[in-house]
Design a binder for this molecule. Structure first.
Ligand code: KIV
Length: 306
């Protein structure tokens, strides 16, 4: 069994953890940042082993693991459980907890209270929140309290209804300028990185060039400083419709159905478990056991009484 380093005090980077400041250096070196979502300890461990720099415990969990139709129902308590689990699996990547809908919109105080819960109760390194404009004071409040904040603009799923559905944003000059200004304002408010979701590639490229902090794109083109994909989308685990910006790198649904189906068949045909999956006992102990039960009840005998 491997021993893990003790969990450091909240707000203190764990040994081996990527420094938050390294992200700006990666941008400066034009070295792309790889971010992926994860929702439990195994996916945190695998994302770490695969070399991801940042893990986002996205509120996409509401859809990918909790079975909802949108991200809106995700709660703080659910997100804290998932983030804590990811943290148990991941060592090097920065773990960013996504602030769920309703956890930061009401007031700076409530946003701060919930962000502090993420840091203290789940060991999150940073939080992400959607939006700009009215959310800028939230960013300032959190950063002022020492909690790193990742911004998220463009298609912001928590407000998809207001945006007219799950569709690309900033596709007119006027809306693109608005996105550009929002990105600058988020940087000014103190965000250490900004997710650009479903934004035309040339707009994302201009925003990326204008910012000192990294942009992380999802459906925003290759010029962003980093990319993020949802775990279930990239592994082919999500059975709903995926947006066009998703690239599927594996088809694990098919593989899981094949494996579980084979198991079900083998159980039904008594082909599993085999000898190597079974424990034996010394012959003399078995004989004593049978003797203790009496001659009318043999081990393995099937009761035929109707
Ligand atoms: O919740 C999430 O997974 C996200 C990413 C798509 C950026 O916000």
């Amino acid at each position: 069994m491997t021993t893990r380093p003790r969990t450091p005090a909240p707000g203190t980077p764990a040994p081996g953890k990527l420094a938050l400041t390294e992200l700006v250096e990666l941008k400066a070196r034009r070295q792309p940042i790889a971010m992926v979502t994860a929702y439990d300890a195994p996916s945190g461990r695998l994302a770490d082993a695969a070399g991801a720099d940042v893990i986002l415990v996205g509120d996409s969990a509401a859809m990918t693991v909790l079975g909802h139709d949108s991200t809106v129902p995700a709660t703080m308590d659910e997100m804290i459980v998932l983030t804590r689990a990811v943290n148990r699996g991941a060592r090097r990547p920065l773990v960013v907890a996504d602030m769920p809908f309703g956890s930061f919109q009401v007031s700076d105080e409530e946003a701060l209270h919930n962000a502090i819960r993420f840091v203290k109760e789940s060991g999150a390194d940073a939080v992400k929140l959607e939006g700009a404009g009215p959310m800028l004071p939230r960013v300032r409040a959190l950063v002022g309290a020492g909690i790193p904040v990742m911004g998220h603009i463009g298609l912001t799923p928590q407000s998809a209804t207001m945006l007219g559905g799950f569709k690309a944003q900033g596709r007119t000059a006027q809306k693109a300028v608005r996105l550009y200004e929002d990105a600058l304002a988020l940087e000014e408010a103190g965000c250490f990185a900004i997710v650009l979701e479903a934004v035309p590639a040339p707009v994302a490229a201009r925003i990326t060039a204008a910012l000192a902090v990294p942009t992380i794109g999802i459906g925003a083109g290759v010029e962003c400083d980093g990319q993020v994909l949802v775990w279930h989308d990239l592994l082919g685990l999500y059975e709903g419709n995926s947006p066009r910006f998703v690239k599927q790198y594996a088809d694990l649904s098919t593989e899981i159905k094949r494996a579980v189906g084979a198991y079900v068949d083998e159980v039904r045909e008594r082909r599993f478990p085999e000898e190597q999956h079974t424990y034996s006992m010394p012959d003399d102990e078995l004989a004593l056991f049978e003797e203790a039960l009496g001659s009318d009840r043999k081990v393995g005998a099937v009761d035929q009484t109707p």
